[in-house]
Design a protein around this ligand. Structure first.
Ligand code: ADP
Ligand code: ZN
Length: 732
């Protein structure tokens, strides 16, 4: 690109112009002039005027032209930060194109930490001067560390040399270390590929070798690492990370619920000698700034992060791993709507590096990709060592219902008791937060609904509140019915985790019981609870899906699923697939150690359902094959493609008018069908009335182009908002 050569321009010439992409939902980049003596290249982060304000943007390429010369403003400042790599800019454009978002809105994912665009504040580092005459072992280690790693700040040096701060201080005071002020941040330690290699089983080793070879080769290959829970997938992909380190490349690991997985960091440290860098919403501002900057400076070897880590300013990215790739949490639902699992594959392709999708229950998309040879499949068929998969038993609730007013069948309670007797742990799983999903008045039948959504208020008894799970609206649990005024007539209908907790504590008042769901106690408290469970400091755990994901609880031997039918009633495309994934994940928490055979019991009103039958018989592939056949017949993903168009408005009439106008202008297309419009299943959220179109297309159809040309003449006005969801996961 021509811009690469612009370094200095003589002042007499006209200023060269460039296009600058601004991280706002604008249609495209704007042209700006580069003042004399300012050097920019594509990817440079710059500060530019925009209307009355100043804003950071990124030089995207040559000027687009078309703006009259007198209207072009000059760039104010080129920031002192390495330019964004071409592959990151391509990624932004690719994602924008694919999810049909303005490129600036996607760029915003990259530009979230403007504090990192300036160099960090200076820092004092030390380097070796004359060695002291009295050289102790500790002092020697300080000199060795400096020789090995170069100048370091005092705390880092003390840590690297494994000496106390006073050793460094004394050496400095004696003139044996010289201090310099350097612009800098505390660097992340480099993990050591050879720190503690694990003895892998033959099957593990064969896969680890193939993954490592793929990393060394550095070309774009997607791998599906498909192994039962506890098979050692993490240990296996650690070897691929080691290969990336040895190749001088960077590795990115995406984990769902990263903020909760302190355990993972411990395992990483045991294998590589230090923690990886982290990226998630729970990071403090200073840590975010440092991490972003260190990545921009290409000094981070391995980072574990949430989906937004894909948008960090990587250089030399040599491996991307998506752990628990089937997890629905990789789909980002607000703002730019994208699936981080799919975008991870795109990111790897642009970086020309391998990507590993790891899971015990692949998404159907990945399973089909592997089956059709687009992904390399690697199968780990057994748990590590002598540990075996849990046995799964179905309980038919129609035949043997729980006692009146209870939710757990006696066999379930007996199993919990038996686990406690054996000094093991029992987990009761119910994917429903709060105490009860519905509250009504026994006197008049009034049901408590959210004022702003078409949804019932969920009672959270521990907090003494009713809460809407769609908008978060809360009110205190009322003493008197809002409708008829009667006191003490409110009845909770159905169970949530809190109610199950109450029931099980009634049976085992002496046991240590922990209840865990995403709305309880904030992230730090949840992380601590998970750690306590792992350390054996609980007998009974009651939890929602946050307890199901990837955790290793050595003492857990019994898993009871309170309502195995819960997800099956959703009726959406992935109801069966998701329920299978979730329940086998949950059951897979049991018996991860050889010394404890795991057991899972599933309460169901339809134990003959194919999903539950597949779980009980362990016939995963049979279930997948039937599910694939059904999807294939119906041309549903991954054999066809879907997109959703959601129109919402605070004024229902405005929304309806807009939807009718859209419906009247659906372009005809042989390979794309537009279904709807219909009111969304939840027809009102946050006081916005919602309508949906569902688009169904063949795999080859130009879905995005079709939507773009359909929507082109329309502009959402007034209270109307229009959003597009490509490959939707949420049909509400
Ligand atoms: P997965 O990710 O497939 O669920 P993990 O990698 O978490 O499995 O492994 C399950 C348990 O078995 C972990 O505690 C892990 O440390 C242990 N493990 C797996 N493979 C080995 C091995 N080759 N040597 C020692 N321990 C192993
Ligand atoms: Zn609400």
């Amino acid at each position: 690109m021509r811009l690469e050569f612009i370094v200095h321009m003589p002042e007499s010439r006209t200023m060269p112009n460039v296009s600058v992409l601004i991280p706002l939902a604008l249609p495209g980049p704007y042209d700006y002039a580069v003042p004399p003596h300012m050097a920019v290249v594509p990817g440079s982060i710059v500060r530019v005027p925009l209307g009355q304000r100043e804003i950071f943007g990124v030089v995207w390429g040559d000027a687009e032209g078309g703006t009259p010369a007198h209207k072009i403003k000059a760039i104010l400042e080129a920031c002192d930060v390495p330019p964004l790599a071409e592959e990151l800019r391509q990624f932004v454009d690719w994602v924008a194109n694919y999810v049909m978002a303005p490129p600036g809105a996607v760029l915003r994912q990259v530009m979230r930490v403007p504090e990192a665009f300036a160099p960090p504040k200076p820092m004092t580092v030390f380097e070796a001067a004359e060695a002291p005459t009295r050289m102790t072992a500790a002092r020697q280690r300080v000199f060795d560390a400096l020789a090995e790693r170069g100048a370091m700040a005092a705390p880092e040096l003390a840590r690297a040399a494994a000496v106390s701060a006073s050793v460094v201080k004394t050496l400095a005071a004696g003139g044996h270390l010289t201090a310099h002020n350097v612009p800098g941040d505390k660097h992340f330690p480099y993990p050591d590929a050879a720190y503690h290699r694990v003895d892998l089983s033959a099957q593990q080793k064969a896969i680890a070798n193939r993954l490592a070879a793929s990393v060394t080769q550095q070309d774009f290959t997607p791998h599906l690492l498909d192994g039962v829970t506890g098979a050692g997938k993490t240990e296996v992909y650690f070897e691929a990370i080691a290969a990336a380190m040895e190749t001088g490349k960077r590795a990115l690991i995406l984990l769902p619920e990263i903020a909760l997985t302190g355990q993972f960091l411990g395992r990483f440290e045991a294998r590589f000698g230090c923690s990886p860098a982290l990226w998630h919403s729970g990071l403090g501002a200073a840590e975010r700034r440092r991490t972003w900057r260190e990545i921009a400076e290409n000094r981070v070897s391995v980072l574990v992060g949430a989906r937004s880590a894909l948008f960090l300013p990587w250089r030399d990215l040599g491996l991307v791993i998506v752990d628990e790739e089937h997890d629905g949490g990789f789909k980002q639902e607000d703002g730019v709507v994208y699936n981080a699992r799919d975008m991870a594959v795109v990111r790897a392709r642009l970086a020309a590096c391998p990507v590993i999708l790891s899971t015990a229950t692949p998404s159907l998309e990945s399973y089909v990709n592997a089956r059709e040879g687009r992904y390399q499949a690697h199968r780990l068929t057994a748990r590590h060592g002598a540990a075996r998969l849990p046995e799964i038993e179905l309980v038919d609730m129609r035949v043997a219902p729980p006692p009146q007013g209870a939710w757990l069948v006696p066999q379930m309670v007996a199993q919990v008791g038996a686990a406690i007797e054996r000094d093991e742990q029992a987990l009761l799983f119910l994917n429903r937060r709060g105490y009860a999903p519905l509250t009504l008045c026994r006197a008049c039948g009034h049901r408590y609904a959210c004022p702003d959504c078409d949804a019932w208020m969920v009672e959270h008894r521990f907090r003494k509140q009713l809460q809407c799970h769609h908008c978060g609206h809360m009110e205190p649990v009322p003493q008197h019915c809002h409708s008829c005024g009667e006191a003490d007539k409110l009845t909770a209908c159905g169970p949530g985790v809190e109610r199950i907790t109450e029931e099980i504590i009634g049976h085992f008042p002496q046991a240590r019981t922990i209840v865990l769901s995403s709305d309880m106690g904030g992230m730090a408290a949840q992380r601590e609870a998970i750690q306590r469970i792992g350390a054996g400091e609980a007998d009974i755990i009651v939890g929602t899906q946050i307890i199901a994901k990837g955790h290793d609880f050595p003492k857990l031997s019994f898993v009871g699923v309170v309502d195995a039918d819960l997800g099956l009633g959703n009726g959406d495309l992935r109801a069966a697939e998701r329920t299978y994934q979730l329940l086998s994940q949950v059951a897979g928490r049991a018996g991860r150690r050889a010394e404890r055979q795991g057991f899972a019991m599933l309460q169901s009103h339809s134990p003959e359902h194919p999903v539950l039958q597949a779980l009980a018989s362990g016939d995963r592939d049979g279930f997948f094959e039937r599910e694939i056949a059904a999807r294939q017949m119906a041309d549903m993903p991954p054999f066809g493609r879907l997109a959703a168009l959601i129109v919402s408005a605070t004024n229902p009439q405005e929304g309806l008018t807009f939807v009718r106008q859209l419906a009247a202008k659906i372009p005809p297309h042989k390979e794309i069908r537009v279904l709807g419009p219909a009111p969304a299943p939840i027809a009102r959220i946050r006081n916005r009335y919602r309508y949906r179109f569902l688009l169904k297309a063949t795999r080859e159809a130009p879905l995005q182009g079709f939507i773009a040309s359909w929507l082109k003449p329309f502009k959402a006005r007034g209270s109307v908002r229009l959003s597009v969801d490509i490959d939707p996961y949420n049909f509400l």
